[in-house]
Design a protein around this ligand. Sequence first.
Ligand SMILES: [Zn+2]
Length: 501
Amino acid sequence: MGKDDVVNLALRRSLFFPSAEIYSSAPSGFWDFGPFGHRIRRKIVDFWRKEFVEKEGFLEISGAQILPRDVFKASGHLDNFNDPVVRCRKCQSVFRADQLISEATSAVVPESISTPEFDALIKKHKLRCPSCKAIDFDETKKFNMMMKLDIGATGKQEAYLRPETCQSIFLAFDRLYKTMRQQLPLGIAQSGASFRNEISPRNTLLRERELGQMEIEVFFNPLKENEVEKWESVKDYKLRLLRLKEKNVKEYSCMESVDKKIVSSRLVAYLLCRTQQFYAKLGVPLPLMRFRELEQEARAFYAKETWDFEVETSLGWVELAACNHRSDYDLKSHSAVSKHDHQIKDLETGKEFFPNVFEISAGLDRSLFVLLDVSLKKEKRGPEERIFLSLNPSIAPYVAGVFPLVNKDGLNEKAREVFGLLKDEDFDVFFDDKGSIGKRYARGDEIGVFGGITVDYDSMKDGTVTFRFRDSMAQERVKIADLPVFLKKAVKDYFSTPMRK
Ligand SMILES: [Zn+2]
């Protein structure tokens, strides 16, 4: 299945669609999520919270989306959060210089090279404007990607929509460390919207101007980076790593990756392991994933070690999470600009120090897009072709649909009873009595509903229903009273397939 299949499905079933689409003036890069898409998206966050944040004992906060200028002076975003842009002098179109060059030459151009280097490359390859074909570009300039706001009526309170959710975590570190009576290592998480003024938003949810993020910042004592409490549980787990200057992914156990100095510490190996496990459990097949090591020029300006977690999709490799060693960059610079000291005391040595940070910054909308991409399946069944979304039941919009076979002889009422019973037991189910039973199954399959429960004439006699599985289409007869236990087990069994371990 290709990228267009995902977008077609999304638009056909309103999983996501362009924001303000009825206006031709609507800027690109903003997306709305319809009822099914929103359910899947919300459940991805819930899954991250349950499987990652809470299992690790991390704290989760919800910070403001608008932050004052000083925050971004300290964070470095005002000076460094730039894209190189170049303007065509003839038609005034604006392009990202790195994309312009890499698309024309199919070479990978790091976005962090200097503006004269971009100009030299544009000249060397005699690049034409993609819009008007002229060879007449201005000099490359740095364009700051933050969205600026004025707070209040004076016009003197400069602020920005946050370009990443993690800044409020750094700002609150000292407060949370003290008031929540925490020790290092301490993980603090946040999910929510961030905003980036992308020059050319593209590939729907993969490059947006408003993007959902799920970020985790783990604060630790740099002298104790190799003291990992749960090390025994991960040391033999195999990370899929693509190292610098290597062509292929190789598997290294966490232990090996530390011993061979491929990653900088046990803490880094542990958090990479948990990231890989999270996405495997979420439903990405292991052979499609890798951590790609970034060389210095390609890293974010604050990172001393970066592994991009990537998944192979119909669009090629897509980055879902940046795993960054941010050292003491954030707490140190916020302490310097705000004059609020974020150092803490090492109880053993009595010395004050800035905690270091390892970050797992995951894109929510990217994760959603990629999960749709790897789950969307087409299958020939005789003359018919069926499309289904093989989603993990934990993030499926519904675990099951409840269907009366026909709308007469009390079947509808019986089916409503079954629906009520499952709702009372907290299952995510929906009721559908419109169209043929085959069409109802197909509609559910297409949006990833895990199973179908059909009430038929036998149900009226013996109190059983048919449960039909989405992926295999296998059917099983189940007593209505046993449905809650049956459903729970079916969902649990899904997780024990070997791909997810
Ligand atoms: Zn032009």
